[in-house]
Write a protein that binds this ligand. Structure first.
Ligand SMILES: [Cu+2]
Length: 341
């Protein structure tokens, strides 16, 4: 709890500094700087990567597909039959589909406001010690997230902004489905929301040249308090850096590295039996992962295409260390459309 208060205080101090820095910067800015800055978008898998100039609006839609196939314990793969030595049920694979609707609006040059609503569908396959198989599903809208992106510094074609986000527990944590044990509460990774108010602090750096851009972002997720089912998801920290090359005005490619680490769940949902299946064990949820991301982006230049961006990114892990047995992520696809006006 002390660490959370310290983090919160740090965010408030940095935000305060950001407001002041932003005002100083606005005094020096001319309007030709805007369009330049506006094109420095990061890969589509990065959230809150860019800000907008005064009065600009953006609507975005992202579609994400994640595939998790097979289990891992530590950095080693383990088979379902090995998992079944310790548990009567083992997950074998999971797919997650996410639609994410987003809106951005900049009331001033220094502050861009952002709203995001995900809609999630999960599907998980299992095998039992008796040799049976079954699939569970959950679906629904997730946690609504609001953020303020606050310009901190700008020098030349480089910028730094603060990401100050908060999410609301609008997603369900009471998902149930049919299993061989009847209709039961689904384990933690099949729930849609966190059930808690969460902070999403971050810091983003962007640079741009005529032939490309580069950037980095450090971000976190801090879950506040305990949800109605008596648990708190593990906090996350994520660092990512990327570079993008512009082949021409309308087409660019990006390369990205991301390192992410997340903790185990604290507390426990008493309706889940942690001895039945590893996904129901709050102490088998943490992990660290390093991903590579390859992306490309089409940016409309004129006529009806002006202001439209269509981008895709494929991420796959090069390192995974999971507090398992836990299903491992094999790859994530993100396709996104953005329209600015
Ligand atoms: Cu935007």
């Amino acid at each position: 709890m002390n660490a959370r208060i310290a983090l919160l205080t740090a965010i408030l101090i940095i935000c305060g500094t950001g407001m002041t820095g932003g005002k100083l910067q606005a005094a020096h800015e001319d309007h030709t700087g805007h369009s330049h800055h506006d094109h420095a978008y990061g890969p589509i898998g990065v959230m809150g990567d860019h800000t907008h100039p005064d009065g600009a609006r953006m609507i975005s839609y992202r579609y994400m597909f994640m595939e998790m196939n097979g289990n891992r314990d530590g950095s080693d793969r383990i088979s379902a039959s090995e998992v079944l030595e310790d548990f009567p049920v083992s997950p074998t694979d999971m797919n997650m589909w996410m639609h994410m609707l987003g809106g951005m609006w900049a009331p001033t040059d220094e502050v861009t406001l952002m709203l995001m609503l995900p809609y999630v569908r999960n599907e998980m396959d299992h095998v039992t010690r008796m040799g049976g198989t079954f699939t569970t599903e959950s679906e629904g809208s997730g946690d609504l997230k609001a953020a303020a992106l606050i310009s901190l510094l700008q020098w030349g074609c480089q910028t730094i902004h603060i990401n100050a986000g908060v999410s609301f527990p609008t997603g369900s944590i009471d998902e149930k489905d049919e299993t061989p044990m009847g209709r039961v509460r689904l384990p933690y990774p099949m729930q849609i929301g966190s059930g808690t108010f969460d902070l999403h602090p971050g810091l983003t750096y962007l640079g741009q040249r005529d032939d490309g851009s580069w950037g980095g972002q450090v971000s976190g997720t801090v879950h506040l308090g305990e949800n109605d089912n008596d648990y708190t998801l593990g906090d996350r920290i994520c660092g990512t850096t990327w570079t993008a090359y512009k082949w021409c005005e309308w087409f660019s490619s990006s390369l990205r590295v991301e390192i992410e680490s997340w903790k185990n769940i604290s507390g426990a949902d008493s309706r889940l039996d942690p001895t039945l299946v590893p996904t129901a064990d709050p102490d088998r949820r943490g992990g660290t992962q390093v991903d590579l991301g390859l992306g490309s982006s089409l940016l409309g230049q004129a006529g009806v295409l002006k202001g439209h961006r269509l981008a895709v990114e494929w991420e796959w892990p090069i390192y995974r260390d999971l507090d398992g047995p836990q299903l491992e992520t094999d790859w994530v696809w993100t396709v996104g459309w953005q329209k600015t006006w």
